[in-house]
Design a binder for this molecule. Sequence first.
Ligand SMILES: [Fe+2]
Length: 310
Amino acid sequence: MALNGIDAVTFGVEDLVEARRFLTDWHLTEIASDAAGAHYQTRDGTDVFVRAASDPSLPPAIEPGSTIRRVVWGAADQGELDKTLAQLSAGWKVETAPDGLVECRDPDGTTLAFRVSQRRLVVAKPTGVNVPGHSGRIDERAPFYDHATPIKIGHVVFFAGDLAAMDTFYRERLGFVLSDTYPGAAVFLRCSAVGVHHNLFLLSRPGKPGLNHVAYTVGDIHEVFGGGLDVSRKGWKTEIGPGRHPISSAYFWYFQNPCGGLAEYYTDEDHCTEAWQPRDFERSPEMFAEWAVAGGIDGKTRRQSREPLR
Ligand SMILES: [Fe+2]
């Protein structure tokens, strides 16, 4: 039984115009739009839907304001999907959504749906590095990106109103696997034993579930930097970044996001197999970021932002 990643997300937002401007500036590809909302995709075909928070067709919100309303998890094929749904529905309420997908609510109330993945495999070509004794890039200049083009949604992060119940649900009902943990405070989970370090990160916030961020995978560190500078140049505010996570090893850049929570460009996370050994970490600023630029880098001056730090 294994899901293989995030296939679609739906946001309900308070300011549809601003949310759409952000998703366009984030360099998702617009597929369709009308007065009620819009449909975007990443390079691999992950769907991003945005509609007004007041839209009665949306699943319920888990918090006030703009936030995520539904996450669609993909399975590699119909057999894997059937196995997942059989395990889930044995003791957990599921129903069929208007779009035909099987849906449920996780213990915090977030609506989940499931489908055979419609994503396409995108093979990134990371920039080679030149170090003494090894030339990975010969007669070739390294790239400089004037914007990022997100490949996929790698993970979503929730504040868990009931961390224990959420952890149990995703691991026991949906087959997620523990990658690392802040004991009692947070869990990093991946969909299956072989895969990215985390597809889901649950951060305890008792009684107050919510969206923390949605993370978009890009090709390499240069695309994180170039993409972040581009989004900054367009006037969007950095929450924190660029920086590097000790847990997962990834490079990141987080922006404030009118769709709800934060949006993250990231790259180069750990790839896990059955041999991966989960570790317990103590939660601290040092474990969140080996290093980070708190105010971001100004996209116009290309120097650290001069805006006062919060
Ligand atoms: Fe993240």
